[in-house]
Design a protein around this ligand. Structure first.
Ligand SMILES: [Zn+2]
Length: 169
């Protein structure tokens, strides 16, 4: 099985019970947000290395890094990493296309990511509003990880999702 298949089985498959899956996702969201904070703080940096090296750089596991690379793959500048076939020694690169990334975060309804304060220095408020409207007008909703209303909010507020970022959305 490839890394990606392993990750998808774990995160979306039937192998884990609800509680374990919730733990996996809340851990994932925390790490994902932390990585995005670092990437957005230095948005023109090109981060390169093997999957294993990037996992070490961001202080996480190869499996979580795999999920992250899967999530960011369509928001990169003019290329995609070979996520379907990669193993931990495959060289990958993260160089974001800020407009695509912002748009895709809106599509994934990840309020806690597209509202990160680091965006202020990357895209103007006007441009962000345009991208937001463009995405909403497209009518596309990304099939993202299911978050249940009573789960802890991925933004890290400590509130329930339904009382925080999941409100009226
Ligand atoms: Zn929240």
């Amino acid at each position: 099985m490839t890394l990606l298949e392993n990750w998808r089985n774990l995160a979306y498959g039937d192998g884990l019970d609800d509680k374990k899956k919730e733990e996996l996702w809340s851990g994932y969201f925390t790490i994902e947000k932390g990585i995005y904070e670092q990437i957005l703080a230095n948005p023109t940096e090109v981060v390169e290395g093997t999957v294993k090296e990037l996992a070490e750089k961001y202080d996480t596991e190869v499996m979580i890094m795999t999920g992250f690379l899967d999530g960011i793959n369509e928001s990169l500048k003019g290329y995609e990493n070979p996520i379907e076939t990669m193993d931990e020694d495959t060289k990958v690169k993260i160089e974001i296309d800020p407009e695509k990334l912002y748009y895709n975060m809106v599509e994934a309804k990840a309020t806690w990511l597209y509202e990160l304060p680091q965006w202020d220095a990357i895209l103007t408020e006007e441009r962000r509003t345009e991208l937001y409207r463009e995405q909403k007008a497209s009518g596309t909703v990304r099939n993202t990880h299911k978050i249940y209303p009573n789960d802890p909010c991925p933004c890290g507020s400590g509130k329930k999702y339904k009382k925080c970022c999941g409100k009226n959305k």
